[in-house]
Design a protein around this ligand. Structure first.
Ligand code: SF4
Length: 186
């Protein structure tokens, strides 16, 4: 194992440990906390049970159980899609958002932002993540603004895939339909 691989393995283990501790503090399992963290970042095409299953590589049954627990605890709420009432969007309640306060994310972000080459580090991590997701056959779930389908014009932002307008806050979230822009190399 190379030193870089070892560092990534140690970072992964450290973060998992932090997630376990944060979750336990709220009487939750790690997956509960991870799903809350995912949902707060997910755009309107991705705040769906099927997208949660894709993101974590878990079954729909497990997603259903997990969302059921979060709903009973008052941490998430389901709301039907305005066009298709059978589709349910899942959002965090104020109590759900409060669970994410002072979490491991903030601690990691504080350390990252203190690095002199934070932007370069982000690019390197992005490239590693996309390459590994490709190898594993997983969806990339990138940030909307960085998607090949993202368009801007006089009327604001638009998704080239669905043809729908995008509110600014949606363009900063992650999407299950995200597609990597083609590189100009080669
Ligand atoms: S532009 Fe890409 S990331 Fe944004 S909503 Fe459309 S498909 Fe999703």
């Amino acid at each position: 194992m190379s030193t870089t691989t070892l560092f990534l393995e140690r970072l992964g283990t450290l973060i998992q440990q932090s997630v376990r501790e944060d979750a336990a503090r709220h009487g939750l399992l790690p997956i509960h906390l991870q799903v809350l963290q995912y949902l707060v970042q997910a755009n309107r095409y991705s705040d769906l049970p099927i997208a949660v299953a894709d993101y974590f590589g878990i079954t729909r049954g497990t997603v259903s159980q997990t969302l059921g627990v979060l709903e009973r605890k008052g941490l998430v709420v389901k709301r039907p899609d305005s066009r298709d009432g059978r589709r349910l969007h899942i959002g965090l309640t104020p109590a759900g958002e409060a669970v994410l306060g002072e979490s491991w994310c903030e601690r990691v972000q504080n350390v990252l932002s203190a690095q002199a080459d934070a932007a370069e580090l982000e690019e390197t991590l992005r490239a590693i993540l996309i390459a590994l997701q490709r190898i594993n056959g997983q969806r990339a779930f990138g940030v909307c603004r960085e998607c090949v389908h993202f368009q801007t014009g006089a009327n604001g932002a638009r998704c080239g895939l669905t043809g729908e307008s995008l509110a600014t806050e949606q363009t900063e979230k992650i999407c299950r339909e995200w597609t990597e822009p083609a590189t100009t190399e080669g």
